[in-house]
Design a protein around this ligand. Sequence first.
Ligand code: GDP
Length: 415
Amino acid sequence: MAPAVAVIGAQWGDEAKGKIVHFLAKDADLCVRFNGGPNAGHTVVDQYGEIRLHQVPVGALYPHCLGVLAQGMVLDLWALREELSALKAQRRPDPKILISERIHLILPFHKVREEREGAADRIGTTRRGIGPAYEDRASRRGLRFLDLTNEELLRERILADHKTWGGFDPEQVLAELLLFREEFEKSVGDAQGRIASALASGKKVVFEGAQGTLLDVDFGTYPYVTSSKTTVHGIPWGTGVWPEFSAVLGVAKAYTTRVGAGPLPTEDHTHFGEKLREAGREYGATTGRPRRCGWLDLVALRYAQKINGFTHLALTKLDVLSGFSELRVAVAYRLEERRTEQFPASSWELMRAEPVYESLPGWEKDIQGVRDFGKLPREARDYVRFVEEAVGVPVALIGTGPRTEDLIVREDLWS
Ligand code: GDP
């Protein structure tokens, strides 16, 4: 059986999955996105510069790797066109992509609907029409890529949506969708079949999760979650294949961040949180909104490990912790005078949880770009070992800077 590696966000998203997938896809034949849409922003810094990919799988940056957009995603064709132009502008090779014919489309009225329903203010959504597109998929009103060949159905749906929601020119949208059909015709097909046959013939496949476990629609901090499956279960759900994984890799920052509303037990409102935000450049890439920052939450991380069955962790942005004399990590919560190590299923309960911290010694030395575990200061090595012990799985990769090569590799995840 072929080696497949799952890369899953272990926190609330923005864990630096982009760089980790870029590192792994160096050796992969296929890189598959299975959930979410342009609400993802996976950053890669390589010889061409910095790029944020929203829908194009990160592996497709390599000419040898096919990027698959599987049916579990929702696709914004207008945003995809922009993304492909951004790649061209950096003089990167044209990516090879395969879009599932079954993929649901995000249409302009989905954004109008998201605004009208106030989801961005209520639960902190990204205003990209993702939630309404998934809603339409579940309520059997959605349009899939393959529907672009049925002009009559297309016209009927678009006129009906225009009547209900307004806010866009139906004739223009229809004309643009028909153009997209031609533009992407050669890139559309049977994604499920392609992934299944790649796995069966021994090809290497990396599955690129978007958002994080704690934003999963079922296992996240509901209702402050995204509308898709962000956990490892999103892979069979979003691709139709059931791989045997050589590794299920949970990606976690060495501290915690969250964008938008919802519980965040270790959020730090003092100068520590501010220092993490500045050192980690924790500002939303498109909105410039400051991210909420705090210490590493091992209760949440252990929960994410259990839900996904992580076999390994990637601990990213360890370099951001340089210069703190003391580092805190949450090892339990206090809930109404009761100590618990369980992550509550209720967001309302989680909002009342007080973290119980342990203190670890920090380090002064700048570790940016370190690639050898032995060259880290002893305190940094002890911090990594503390995490491994608490979560019960090895930390295979350690991020020490934004570039893909700023990485300590402790284990080969393909074997
Ligand atoms: P993703 O959505 O999970 O892929 O996360 P992002 O793309 O938002 O990545 C987080 C940010 O951190 C990006 O700006 C990356 O370039 C940067 N980054 C990634 N790894 C590291 C690291 O190890 N150290 C530092 N300092 N920055 C990193």
